[in-house]
Write a protein that binds this ligand. Sequence first.
Ligand code: G3P
Length: 273
Amino acid sequence: MKIFIDTAKLEEIEEAYSLGILDGVTTNPSLIKKIVDELKEKGEKVDMESYITDILKAAKGTPVSLEVIGTSYEDMVKEGKKLFERFNPVADNVVIKIPVNPSTEDGSENVFDGIKAVKELSDAGIPVNCTLIFTPEQALMAAKAGAKFVSPFAGRVDDFIRANNKIEFEKTDYFPVEGIEKDGKVLDDNGVVSGIDLVSQCVEVLGNYGFETEVIAASIRNPRQAREAALAGAGIATLPFDVIKGLLAHSKTAEGMKKFVGDVIEEYNVLFK
Ligand code: G3P
């Protein structure tokens, strides 16, 4: 499974890439806001053009998703082309992120605009990451439109199921892949019982028809969900920095290390001098 980092924080991107095993970066307007707010709080001014340029260079030739802000087909295509033309020459690694459906209310008139934008940009040779995927059928539509990536939002599915059923939780709480039961019934969102179930259904649907579109398990909140994305066959998981760190953590590893460090004898130590 490829691992992308889900952040707009340059320091995190640089540190994660120092591992030598990172495969891409995903950003969105909320992640950009978060880092800009942080920098402003520290009294720093942000020049967005050069900040994005630094992110693209830090990603060392791997794909970086940059999201549009428009909600109409025309605006999204215009913005996608503008972002691609402006930034792709920096490191040849820009992917344009387009919401599958930019409508802010169910059933509104711009329900087709996301898919039309995905199709037009993809036909123009611009790689698209189709985002805000909450059903396998949205992923199918995006793949048919030529999206290079689709991003099912696992953690937010879990949020939705828990909130709908008045279950209290922390954002980073583990949510089992097989879902959770209440009053003897597995809770679901229209047949999707967990975020990872959504990822798994997207992988299965696209796999059934041999689409080249890659599934990015997104909105991943903890290392166990990342593991389950791998078990579900997601080609990619995009992970916040802390989740990447968490992939390496176990209390018994730390305990074992403490013992090894404590047991180093001088006769062995001398080999390293
Ligand atoms: O990759 C999508 C992601 O940034 C959303 O994550 O945790 O806000 O649902 P989250």
